[in-house]
Design a protein around this ligand. Structure first.
Ligand code: G3H
Ligand code: 13P
Ligand code: ZN
Length: 328
């Protein structure tokens, strides 16, 4: 059945596990996630960005969720708006059947500039009030995503802020987080600890200088009952980089968030772990491999089916590593 994010994360907190939240843009991603969840007997969080909604169409996405629910009636499924930038975006997600929304007020509505605390708290509180009226959940974000390695905010596809930010701005402050949760009554809180979206997070295996796991510990001590969310949490496995590069791709050497750091995060109250890039890479690698080997191939099912398998393998690994197996 469709259930809210709050219900899922309360259960995760009670049983000390974390849930991967996978981004969905198409049928293949949905099928891959659901196959793995069924195998692991895990609850599911699927999330759609504004870009995903524009790509797939709201009506198609809504029916994709319905399909997952009908196919797997025994699994609890949350459909979540990823990085909503305004109350309008969040409301239209709810109207389209999402059971949870993220109001990301860490940037101004046009997504180009870090916002101030007052704007973020006010706009998030507004969405929280609205979503709670219909039994949906809300994720807020405090702090600014970006790289502690370069000291820059993250910017992708002309969205985001690529200017300089101080370490204080790039790592969420526990007192500010507590005040934000008090003001907004969010069900889950995304915090900044030096991760960024996409494949290029770190140029080396991250240590405490560039991945601030200690901040999570401090925030969790201050807010033991708040479900924390890690964004930019793809691990960018070397083997996925290799498959792409061995079949005509050009991914520069890079590091993601090591799985053992995520496991540590789960000990510090992280209950939702956002993963998009790892599935993008798994699908791309599988497609490249088939098309490189069989250059006459043009039946999409011949490369999409291995793509689903490759994504599903990543999903199953994350469900198992984060302790979700058997929790449905
Ligand atoms: O927020 C980042 C997610 O990976 C979604 O990315 O906006 O390109 O769909 P997107
Ligand atoms: P990745 O780019 O690391 O997969 O992060 C996804 C994310 O945070 C979506 O909100
Ligand atoms: Zn994110």
């Amino acid at each position: 059945p469709l259930i809210s994010l709050r219900q899922l994360l309360d259960h995760a907190a009670e049983h000390d596990y974390g849930l991967p939240a996978f981004n969905v843009n198409n049928m293949e991603q949905m099928l891959a996630i659901m196959k793995a969840a069924d195998k692991a007997n895990s609850p599911v969080i699927m999330q759609a960005s504004r870009g995903a909604r524009a790509f797939a169409n709201d009506i198609v996405l809504a029916h994709l969720i319905r399909a997952a629910i009908e196919m797997y009636p025994h699994l609890p499924i949350c459909m979540h708006q990823d990085h909503g930038n305004s109350p309008q975006t969040c409301l239209s997600a709810l109207v389209n059947g999402f059971s949870s929304v993220m109001m990301d007020g860490s940037l101004t509505q046009d997504g180009t500039t870090p916002s101030d605390f007052e704007y973020n708290a006010n706009v998030t509180a507004k969405v929280s009030e609205m979503a709670h009226l219909v039994g949906a959940s809300v994720e807020g974000e405090i702090g600014h995503l970006g790289s502690l390695e370069t000291g820059k905010g993250e910017a992708e596809d002309s969205h985001g802020f690529d200017g300089e930010l101080s370490r204080d701005e790039l790592v969420t402050d526990a007192d500010e987080a507590a005040e934000f949760v008090r003001r907004t009554e969010v069900d889950a809180l995304a915090v900044a600890i030096g991760t960024s979206h996409g494949a290029y997070k770190f140029t080396r295996k991250p240590d405490g200088d560039i991945l601030a796991m200690d901040a999570l510990k401090t925030i969790h001590a201050k807010l033991p009952d708040t479900h924390l969310v890690m964004h930019g949490s793809s691990s960018i496995p070397q083997e996925l980089q290799d498959i792409i590069n061995e079949h005509g791709g050009e991914i520069a050497p890079t590091w993601g968030v090591p799985l053992e750091e995520i496991e540590l995060g789960i000990k510090y109250g992280v209950r939702k772990v956002n993963i998009d890039t790892d599935l993008r890479m798994a699908l791309t690698g599988a497609i490249r491999k088939i098309l490189a080997k069989d250059r006459g191939q043009f039946d999409p099912r011949k490369y999409l089916a291995p793509g689903v398998e490759a994504m599903s393998k990543v999903c199953l690994d994350r469900f198992e590593r984060f302790g979700c197996g058997g929790m449905a």
